[in-house]
Each structure stands twice: as structure tokens, then as C-alpha cells.
Design a binder for this molecule. Structure first.
Ligand code: ADP
Ligand code: MG
Length: 645
């Protein structure tokens, strides 16, 4: 193209495109979902801008916020056009090629590990999936602040941008022309595209229209002469036709009344087939969250989750859908994904919530800080407020008082949803245990029901994926700490393989036992072999194994569970319940006996230790180094040291 400027893709982008264009076995269908989602994003942006500046929308067709899809069978091309915000020349350069997004390298890494290309949308590089089906792509775009441009590329390491002086004027928005590869001709079908839109883009909040072509039989009037010419000579008529013609003539002469005369004046008609092209809506762009919760089926929720999360191969683990009334009214749907996104804990404090904010159905933001606390950033969902102001900037909205109310309520509902999962697991486990006892009495094997198994597994699945988030919640969210603590799970000396709750621990505490014992360490093995644990286990106490680096921080923030204090078994003041007099006497005697040794040892070690004491806590190990009651534990010291290095 004349005047085109050619530029190389950024190296990683080029590498990624190479993989995409040569990918043979991945699900190519997803390209349409990605492009439609970009079109919807662009429409959201212009709608948002138009709230404060109505002129941004433009007039006539340009103002219609919709997405149009059409096919050109001769050119083997699909066109997708939106009336969104469009891109300036600079946007084109930056967004489509020269700057690698943060997700690019992460995506490449996943692909190298044999990851699924389907994930592409999550890495923020969905646009490039168009090269799954295309060997040439044109992006024609017009932004309100700039001229109309064409971006084009054959995915051969470079792209070109030129001003579009010849093409149809878009007014505003973007049109993507997708020239299909030979191996992707299946997409050159209206039926196929329709199916994809219905499968993947059902919940897009803008009308998606497709230009449909069909042939229709139609009655058209014929002129007198034409009609005569049409009449075949008698010898060419078949017997049937001749009879029909005769009957018609008879009819004319016999029955004559006013009405018939009217009809008689009507011109004769003939049937012709006509090709009709028509824009047809493919989605009903309904807002699922506005419907009463009881009216939405599980299947619809699952579809909605898939659309929101761009993870269409899995159903959500749990969901909550509710309507809040009062001073601040809003509707919300939130989902717990079944697995954690690839980067959930990479940049915890930099993470933004994936719950989108709408105000009266207008999309405001998909990363509204302060809508949810950081520890809940794993949730996927949507909030639509009826009472927040629309005609203010995002920054002003961020400061709105109503937001605090929404946040508080969302957190409560999220905790309820997680608690429900946890309770389901506990109940399933108890039911199974009871059944086992019954069956054992009857000398029969106990089998868990499928449903029980499912309930049991759901929380384990949740906890494996998001347990760390709950712990961060305990650490950071003081107002909800009490609600979160029962949701934590640990391994213990009595349950080294299955996670237990603090309630499980409390339920089987020994008589007279006042504390919940725990030990922090780097692995289950290490903790299990610890001499501190050893003696307690020998005496029949259960010790919680805290082997997650976060556990230590958790324990610094919580001191008791249901009036039972936590006790770190590696700290010096550990007291065991129920010592009898005999034991106490023996202890006193031994202390006296070893006093000189302790004294000698303290002198030898000097300031390296605070003191040397005779202890009864060990079973077979002769001595241990312990932390003082108010000091740091060994693990904490390790963490602190690692941080200052
Ligand atoms: P993401 O949508 O996650 O940002 P994509 O690779 O899908 O990543 O798109 C890259 C960027 O290109 C978008 O962020 C947007 O700025 C721009 N873009 C893509 N398609 C459109 C479009 N139809 N209208 C306006 N901008 C678009
Ligand atoms: Mg996208």
C-alpha cells in the first residue's frame, strides 16, 4: 500500500505469532471469542466516555453501539466491525505489535510447557489468536482523535500501517478483515459463525449482528403483456396445466360478484426466488445478573462464568448471586474458579480484583481497586450498582461512600460462599464416618456416595487453589479474621495426609488440654520428626503442622480459637495439662541435679543464648535450642534474615 510504514514486531510478539500461526492441534474456535471480546471492550470504553461527553458518540449509525459480522465467500474473508472507541495511529503501533504485554512471555512459557492455547485471553494477548485461522489480517480503525488507518500483517515478523484514504469510512470504530487460511475454510460459513457466537459470546452486552444471506420464494406482480408471454402455447401445456387454465377461465365467467371483481383488478403474480441479505441478531444481550437468582439455571451460571473468566473448559466451584437493597442498591454475581490463575500469587499486592463494576448496566471498570480486598482477588464476577452516580470520573467514583458499603457486603457474601463449601465438606465427611461405623457394625464395607465425595472434594480443591488467599485474609482483614479462621486447614500429627480444621482439632482435644499445639517448619517431614512434637505425641496430644511460609504470619495475628489459646511447641513456656504431684517432684529433683551442668553451659555459650534450662519436654532427644516466649521462632528468623539480605 502506498505510504505504508512497515515495522517489525517486538521479538517476543513475533515468536508468539509464529507459534500461533503454525499451531495445528489447538482449538481454533476461540479466535472469534477473543475478537468479539475486544470489540465489546472498545464499545464499553466509548460508552463510558460518552457519559461525560455525549458528543463522543457521534450521530446516526456511528452512535449505534453494536458489533457486526459478515462473510465474503469470494475473498474467503470474515469481517468483524465494531463502533467502539477505535485506535489512534499510536494505539495501533503500541497495542498491536511493538510493545510486548506482560503476559506475552508468560504465555510463551506456558506454550513451551505444552500449555493450552485456549488460555490466550488470560494473558492479555487474545488479539493474536486471529492467526489461528488467518494468514493475513487487516485492522481498519478510526478513533475520534485521529484519522482512519489500516494495520496489516501476514504474521511474517512485520506489520504495516498506512492512512486509509480509499476504504469505506467507518465514522468511528474498528473493522477487522480476516483472510482465512486454507486449513480454516470451515469458518467461511454463517452457520459456523452463528454457532460460535452463541457458544462463546452469549453474554456480550452489545448486540452482535450477522449479515445473513438467504433465498426466498416470493410472489411478484406480472404485467399483462408479460403474463401473456408467459402463457405457454396450448400444445406445450401438460394435461394438468391445461385443465387448470380452463377451470380458471370458467371461474371468471361464472361467478361474478362485487368482491370477485375487486380481485379481478389485482395484477397477476408469479413466484420468483430472491436473494435477501439481512442483519440478524445472534445474541439477546440480556443481563443475567438482573434476573432474580432463583430464575437462573446452573447451566446458565456456568456459561456466564466461562464468558466472564475466559476459561471455557471448566465450571466454577461455587457461586453467589444476590441483590442488595437499602441505601446502596446493587446486584452481584461472584464465582470461585476451580483452579488458581497462573499468576495469582506472583504479584499479590499489584493484583487487581477481577470483579467488574457496572453502574446501571454501564460498564465502568474491570479492575476497580477497593471493590474487593486483595485477598479476594481470585474471585471472578460482576457488580452492578443502581445507586452510584454515573456522570463522574472513575477517580471520583473510587471515592464514593457507597463503594465501602458494596465492598463490605461483597466480602461477607464471599465468605458465606466459601463457608458453604467448607460446611459441605465437613458434613459429607461426618456422614461418611457415621455410615462407616454403622456399616462396620453390620460388617459391611462402607462406601461414600458420589454426592458426598463431590462435596468433600470441592473444599479440598478450593483450599489447594486458594488457601493462601484465606491466610492473607486472616492476616490483613482484621474485621473478618474471626470468620476466616474456621476456614483454614492444616495437617497434624494425627492427620498427616488429610487436612483438618481447627474445629476438628478442638473436638478431639485431650481432657484438661487448654492449648492448641502447633509447630512451624519447612516441610511436613521436618515437623513430624521434630523432638518438640515427639514428646507431645507420645503423651497423646495432637500437634498441628504449619509448613506453609504464611502460617507463621497467620499465627502472629491470631491468639486463640474458640477460647483455646494457640501454643507453639518450640517456645520455652510450653505447659502441658495435668501433671501429677509425683511428676512435679521428679522434675524438681532433676532440675536440682542438673543445675551445675546448665550453669556451665550458659557460661560456655555466653550471649549466644538467653539461658539454659532443664526441660521435661523431650522424649529421646537429649537437648534442643528453643525460642523464648517473646522472641522470634526459628522459621521467622529465617524469613527475616532472608528479607534483610
Ligand atoms: P487485551 O484485550 O487483553 O488487552 P488483546 O491482545 O486482545 O489483549 O488486545 C490488545 C489491545 O488492542 C487491546 O487492549 C486494545 O487496546 C486494542 N484493541 C484490540 N481490538 C480492538 C478493537 N476492536 N477496538 C479498539 N481497540 C482494540
Ligand atoms: Mg482481548
Amino acid at each position: 500500500r502506498a505510504g505504508a510504514e512497515t515495522r517489525p514486531f517486538q521479538a517476543e510478539v513475533s515468536r508468539m505469532m509464529d507459534i500461533i500461526i503454525h499451531s495445528l492441534y489447538s482449538n481454533k474456535d476461540i479466535f472469534l471469542r477473543e475478537l468479539i471480546s475486544n470489540a465489546a471492550d472498545a464499545l464499553d470504553k466509548i460508552r463510558f466516555l460518552s457519559i461525560t461527553d455525549k458528543a463522543q458518540l457521534g450521530e446516526g449509525d456511528t452512535a449505534k453501539l453494536e458489533i457486526r459480522l459478515s462473510l465474503d465467500k469470494e475473498k474467503k474473508m470474515i469481517s468483524l466491525r465494531d463502533r467502539g472507541v477505535g485506535m489512534t495511529r499510536e494505539d495501533l503501533v503500541n497495542n498491536l505489535g511493538t510493545i510486548a504485554k506482560s503476559g506475552t512471555s508468560a504465555f510463551l512459557e506456558q506454550m513451551q510447557k505444552g500449555g493450552d492455547l485456549n488460555l490466550i485471553g488470560q494473558f492479555g494477548v487474545g488479539f493474536y489468536s486471529v492467526y489461528l485461522v488467518a494468514d493475513f489480517v487487516e485492522v481498519i480503525t478510526k478513533h475520534n482523535d485521529d484519522k482512519q488507518y489500516i494495520w496489516e500483517s501476514k504474521a511474517d515478523g512485520a506489520f504495516a500501517i498506512s492512512e486509509d484514504t480509499e476504504g469505506e469510512l467507518l465514522g468511528r470504530g474498528t473493522q477487522i478483515n480476516i483472510y482465512l487460511k486454507d486449513s480454516a475454510m470451515e469458518y467461511l460459513s454463517e452457520e459456523k459463525l452463528k454457532e460460535l457466537v452463541q457458544r462463546y459470546s452469549e453474554f456480550i452486552n452489545f448486540p452482535i449482528l450477522m449479515l445473513e444471506t438467504r433465498t426466498e420464494e416470493k410472489e411478484v406482480p406480472i404485467e399483462e403483456e408479460e403474463a401473456k408471454a408467459e402463457e405457454k402455447p396450448a400444445e406445450e401445456q401438460s394435461e394438468e396445466e391445461r385443465q387448470k387454465a380452463e377451470e380458471a377461465k370458467e371461474g371468471e365467467s361464472v361467478e361474478v360478484d362485487d368482491e370477485e371483481e375487486e380481485e379481478e383488478k389485482k395484477p397477476k403474480t408469479k413466484k420468483v426466488s430472491e436473494t435477501i441479505t439481512e442483519w440478524k441478531a445472534l445474541n439477546d444481550n440480556q443481563a443475567l445478573w438482573l434476573r432474580p437468582p432463583g430464575n437462573v439455571s446452573e447451566e446458565e451460571y456456568a456459561k456466564f462464568y466461562k464468558a466472564l473468566s475466559k476459561r471455557d473448559w471448566e465450571a466454577p466451584l461455587a457461586l453467589t448471586h444476590f441483590k442488595a437493597e437499602g441505601d446502596v442498591e446493587f446486584k452481584a454475581v461472584m464465582f470461585v474458579p476451580p483452579t488458581a490463575p497462573h499468576d495469582l500469587y506472583d504479584n499479590y499486592y499489584g493484583k487487581k480484583p477481577s470483579v467488574k463494576l457496572y453502574v446501571r448496566r454501564v460498564f465502568i471498570s474491570d479492575s476497580f481497586e477497593d471493590l474487593l480486598p486483595k485477598w479476594l482477588s481470585f474471585l471472578v464476577g460482576l457488580v452492578d450498582s443502581d445507586t452510584m452516580p454515573l456522570n463522574v470520573s472513575r477517580e471520583m467514583l473510587q471515592l464514593h461512600e457507597g463503594l465501602k458499603v458494596i465492598k463490605k457486603k461483597l466480602v461477607r457474601k464471599a465468605i458465606d460462599m466459601i463457608k458453604k463449601l467448607a460446611d459441605g465438606e465437613t458434613r459429607a465427611r461426618k456422614e461418611a464416618e457415621e455410615k462407616k461405623e454403622e456399616e462396620a457394625a453390620k460388617e459391611e464395607g462402607a462406601e461414600k456416595s458420589e454426592e458426598q465425595k463431590k462435596r468433600e472434594e470441592a473444599y479440598t480443591k478450593f483450599y489447594t487453589a486458594f488457601g493462601k488467599s484465606l491466610k492473607m485474609g486472616v492476616i490483613e482483614d482484621t474485621s473478618n479474621r474471626r470468620r476466616l479462621l474456621p476456614l483454614l486447614r492444616f495437617h497434624s500429627s494425627k492427620s498427616p495426609d488429610k487436612l483438618i480444621s481447627l474445629a476438628d482439632y478442638a473436638e478431639r482435644m485431650k481432657e484438661g488440654q487448654k492449648h492448641i499445639y502447633y509447630l512451624v517448619g519447612t516441610s511436613k517431614d521436618e515437623v513430624a520428626r521434630s523432638p518438640f512434637v515427639e514428646s507431645l505425641v507420645e503423651k497423646g496430644y495432637e500437634v498441628l503442622y504449619m509448613t506453609d511460609p504464611l502460617d507463621e504470619y497467620v499465627m502472629q495475628n491470631v491468639h486463640e480459637f474458640e477460647d483455646k489459646e494457640f501454643a507453639n511447641v518450640s517456645k520455652e513456656d510450653l505447659k502441658l495439662a495435668g501433671k501429677d504431684d509425683e511428676e512435679k517432684k521428679l522434675e524438681k529433683k532433676l532440675k536440682e541435679e542438673f543445675k551445675p551442668l546448665a550453669k556451665w553451659w550458659k557460661e560456655a555459650l555466653g550471649s549466644a543464648v538467653e539461658g539454659v534450662k532443664v526441660s521435661k519436654r523431650l522424649a529421646t532427644t537429649p537437648c534442643v535450642v528453643v525460642s523464648s516466649k517473646y522472641g522470634w521462632s526459628a522459621t521467622m528468623e529465617r524469613i527475616a534474615r532472608a528479607q534483610t539480605l
